[in-house]
Design a protein around this ligand. Sequence first.
Ligand code: NAD
Ligand code: AKB
Length: 296
Amino acid sequence: METRILITGANGQIGTVLTNRLREIYGKSSVIATDIKESESENEPFIFLDILNKVRLREIVEDLKITEIYHLAAILSASGEWNPKKTWNVNLNGLFSILDLAKEGIIKRVFFPSTIAVFGNTTPQINTGQDVPLLPETVYGMSKAAGELWCNYYNKRYGVDVRSVRYPGIIGYQSIPSGGTTDYAVEIYHEAIKNGVYECFLAEHTRLPMLYMPDAIDGTIKLMQADGDKLSVRYSYNLASMNFTPKEIFESIKQIIPEFQINYKPDFRQDIAASWSESIDDSRAREDCGWKPDYD
Ligand code: NAD
Ligand code: AKB
């Protein structure tokens, strides 16, 4: 059967890059981008889709004979705190509509991105393992932790082929993040070039796990193409490559732009970051689907 893909949240930070890569692999017309936000660059074929509109979602999936959905649409950690109930609604009910299409056999495979935001103050912060206590502090983390459990449930109970990874903060040059806590690690490069100074919303020694965009994209596609029988985790795989602090990025940029300056002005996002892991153990993803990052 021909693979025909629908991506939700396709005009976001990850979707922008993932859509292009999937089109290189499967062909432009077989990868349909959807979002409620317009694209900043050419992104055809594109369909406006609010993930809460499940009638329209089903119509698109059936009309275009979609076989796989990469469900990226979500409200992230920092934005989520401004409207907790809306965040819960978007992040969970969007997922349910997609899992139900898979349960009915209308689509064959689903990708659900989870996050290090599922971890919380009761989670060991160094080399955080695959199966650890989850007591997330944000509504975003709560919705993703619940989403992981629902993915696992739909797999075990209904045989739905859903696959998931817990992304760390994703950094890359191709697209701009927004609404997250790890966004500083992309913004800092842009501000260094544009203004020569960056006001950082995290404290200088806040260590967080991060992943470079090409590794995030490769890891995602590798997981989606893996032999399903080899996947022992249907809630969500830990992924990792590097971790660093704002001060460490600042020092590294200063080697290229010696006049670059930084001011630390931690806001509410500092508490969010402090509840997350510093480093991640991703050995299960390495064993099950050959995951290995190219960048440190
Ligand atoms: P993003 O905020 O850049 O993109 C999300 C997209 O979802 C946006 O384009 C937004 O318009 C869209 N969206 C929001 N509400 C919607 C709705 N009701 N209907 C349809 N679309 C809607 O996020 P991102 O960084 O690209 O993240 C993509 C996914 O990966 C998310 O599920 C996020 O939780 C997960 N993730 C991202 C990171 C990261 O560092 N970027 C880390 C961990 C997990
Ligand atoms: C955020 O900071 O909210 C995201 C994430 C790690 O899930 N980048």
